[in-house]
Design a protein around this ligand. Sequence first.
Ligand SMILES: Cc1cc2nc3c(=O)[nH]c(=O)nc-3n(C[C@H](O)[C@H](O)[C@H](O)COP(=O)(O)OP(=O)(O)OC[C@H]3O[C@@H](n4cnc5c(N)ncnc54)[C@H](O)[C@@H]3O)c2cc1C
Length: 324
Amino acid sequence: MLTSLAASPEAVPRPRPAYRGFRAAVARVERLTPHFTRVTFAGDDLASFGTAGLDQRVKVVLPLPEIGFAAFPEGDDWFGAWRQLPAEERNPFRTYTIRAVRPELHEVDVDFVAHGDTGPGSAWATRAQPGDEIVLVGPDELSEGRTIGIDWRPGDVDTVLLAGDETAAPAICAILESLPADASGAAIIEVPSADDVLPVRAPVGVEVRWLPRVHEQSHGERLVPAVRDWVARTCWLRDCADPASAAAESSRRTLAELESAADADGILWDVPEGTSLDGDCYAWIAGEASVIKALRRFLVQDAGLDRRQVAFMGYWRRGRAELD
Ligand SMILES: Cc1cc2nc3c(=O)[nH]c(=O)nc-3n(C[C@H](O)[C@H](O)[C@H](O)COP(=O)(O)OP(=O)(O)OC[C@H]3O[C@@H](n4cnc5c(N)ncnc54)[C@H](O)[C@@H]3O)c2cc1C
């Protein structure tokens, strides 16, 4: 087994919402690189925040001018109640990954990607200051569903492939740090610049490749060929020695051709259960939706991976806000 989600010894499951709002405040802001900002949230409520890690997703709820979080609903059906609110009382929220949890300090870290002021999440993180209040909607360590929001489910496989853009970097780093020492595979991460490469611990058998975009390259331009190369090198490709095969043809297709074919699929998210995987490989890919769909198409249709071996997550969509 590559990972285990065993509860910490002091956690006693009892009925309470699995995924709930935690009130917290910014304790520290660290500009890690030009495009990554680590915000550490702290607050007594975070003592029972879920500790499972990996690619644990949360909603970061942002304050409204004047009313802050006065209207933000609590309880199990916070989303249903939020949708019923008048537009001016609906706090914006966005999805992020928990990079680290320190329950003993009541602290949680989230690494935000800065992409300008085009979205409320990026704009908020760029200006975050200690003392700023926030609500995190995430897993409750004391609930039975404490692993809700985790999509890394590799089962018991021999080889893992993690691939994504900068928005997936926090999840990929957290997953890498959780892998057993004898894990093998690769992590391929495309980032906005050479200065955005982050330090990460990984098992020796897992090759970690950071791919900075250069000369105005767009998302996926480095990631897609690098994944194809890695797959070809590890010979997952069916018929990879045959230059006339579908796989070989695919590797000659441009990113634009792959993307437009993938868009026709119209799928944004598909996470297999994974627990029954055994002995083979598992791919986890996340980032800009059209790039990720192109990669999934390549892995499944050309490289011949079973769909149950590919977790595929569109983390954001070019030109579209998260809640569009
Ligand atoms: C499960 C999950 C985990 C995620 N984890 C993280 C994480 O740990 N860190 C992180 O930074 N993001 C993460 N994301 C991605 C994040 O939710 C999106 O980037 C989100 O759109 C950011 O919200 P925003 O308010 O900044 O922009 P939005 O209001 O959603 O979008 C406004 C505009 O910005 C564009 N845009 C959005 N994100 C980017 C980007 N990264 N680069 C360039 N343009 C962009 C959109 O296409 C749109 O045109 C995660 C997403 C998911 C689904």
